[in-house]
Design a protein around this ligand. Structure first.
Ligand SMILES: Nc1ncnc2c1ncn2[C@@H]1O[C@H](COP(=O)(O)OP(=O)(O)OP(=O)(O)O)[C@@H](O)[C@H]1O
Ligand SMILES: [Mg+2]
Length: 377
């Protein structure tokens, strides 16, 4: 199953970053003045939802600037600090000291002294620094904006070593907590990352699988099932974690590729979970539609059923249950509803003879659905 398993772990920096290449270029444009013969600092915000690739891009731009710097004869040091983990100004600065490989000042320094020490060292090294403050909102929430204030002001001092700032956050609300003068000196470029669409997550999943798994281990439909399983969150972290768990489950059971049921089992182990208990709260028709999908999928290794197939199976189920079946539009509404509640995943088929059609997949193992639904009847 795995060729290089670690490439699915959270710390790994992927070599290809589908749908974020342009954002990386935008970041590069913002910070490229650092690479000129007379390096000029820059400041930028990067804003995006959970799992939209912010931390990944911050590390990428750091690497890129260091590489380009080497090529241009400019020493660039990129340091990323996660402000939620390194809490408070002195922890943030100590992390910078450590990451730059500087030897710690012997006695404990005050924040301002540590800052001056770092700047002196950079000046001696003739290096410029890209400081990434990841999750910067938690720094401001717990300690106010004093450190941001000092950092913003460094470039206004005499003969400053170029200090560029990349401030990363899920949302810019925190910025209103920052005092007006710091705000005005920090108000620079904002790079916004749109949440990934399902189609983009699909490409990301394929690309990560290509890096980590044996060729052929992940089929297109299974990848679509993974991409759709997180709902509309656009969270790449969730999708990759799901891929990793599904690959593990498949690997343990001796399969040579990931099957839809491996994804469904993996999905069951991750929040938000849809519990089988919730099945008992569904209406008869909702349950029949869910069961219809499970009955079609269960004996196969398919990830999706077409709307047409589902309706036909649902109608024959209704006949055996003595239910009057819903009409097409109503079935469609139930499907959307079951999707919103996390039971179903939907995906668009490629353009076929009869145009595009919606495909429906299950978010839980089909045999579990069958067992619960038949038990409950
Ligand atoms: N375009 C992409 N291609 C490949 N992998 C990606 C892509 N975008 C994100 N990832 C991966 O998805 C995971 C989540 O990304 P990242 O940690 O950068 O999100 P984030 O925006 O920082 O989220 P949070 O706000 O929760 O910190 C990481 O493992 C990252 O490598
Ligand atoms: Mg992050």
């Amino acid at each position: 199953m795995f060729v290089e398993e670690y490439k699915l772990l959270p710390d790994y920096l992927p070599s290809r970053i589908p749908h974020r290449e342009e954002d990386l270029e935008r970041l590069f444009k913002v910070f490229s003045p650092m690479l000129s013969p007379t390096p000029t600092p820059a400041t930028s915000f990067m804003v995006g939802a959970v799992g939209s690739g912010k931390t990944m891009l911050a590390r990428k731009i750091g690497e890129k600037l260091e590489d380009e710097g080497r090529r241009n004869g400019v020493i660039v040091k990129a340091v990323t600090v996660n402000c939620r983990i390194d809490r408070g100004p002195s922890s943030v600065l100590n992390r910078v000291v450590q990451s730059l490989g500087l030897s710690f000042p012997k006695r404990g320094y005050e924040v301002q002294e540590t800052l001056r020490f770092i700047m002196d060292e950079l000046r001696q090294l003739r290096a410029c620094l890209l400081l990434v403050l990841d999750e910067v909102d938690s720094l401001v929430a717990s300690n106010g904006s004093s450190l941001l204030y000092s950092l913003a002001r460094i470039n206004e001092t005499v003969n400053p070593p170029p200090l560029s700032l990349l401030l990363v956050t899920k949302d810019l609300k925190f910025f209103w907590e920052v005092d007006a003068s710091t705000r005005s000196s920090l108000q620079k470029v904002v790079i916004r990352l749109a949440p990934y669409t399902e189609g983009q997550l699909y490409n990301i999943i394929l690309s990560r699988a290509e890096e980590a798994l044996r060729p052929g281990a992940l089929g297109a439909d299974t990848a679509r099932l993974i991409a759709g399983s997180g709902g509309d969150s656009g969270d790449a972290r969730y999708a990759i974690e799901l891929l990793y768990r599904a690959a593990k489950i498949a690997d343990y059971s001796g399969a040579d590729r990931i099957r839809p049921v491996d994804v469904q089992e993996a999905r069951n182990s991750l929040p938000p979970q849809v519990s089988l208990e919730e099945l008992s709260y569904l209406t008869k028709h909702e349950r029949a539609i869910l069961l219809a999908a499970a009955q079609i999928l269960s004996p196969t290794e398919r990830a999706f059923v077409s709307t047409g197939e589902l309706e036909a199976e649902y109608r024959s189920l209704c006949a055996s249950l003595n239910l009057k079946p819903y009409k097409h539009t109503m079935v469609w509404m139930v499907v959307q509803n079951l999707k919103a509640r996390g039971f179903f995943v939907t995906s668009q088929s490629g353009k076929g003879r009869r145009g595009r059609t919606t495909l429906i997949g299950l978010n839980m193992p089909p045999h579990d659905v069958i067992r619960s639904c038949s038990g409950g009847r």
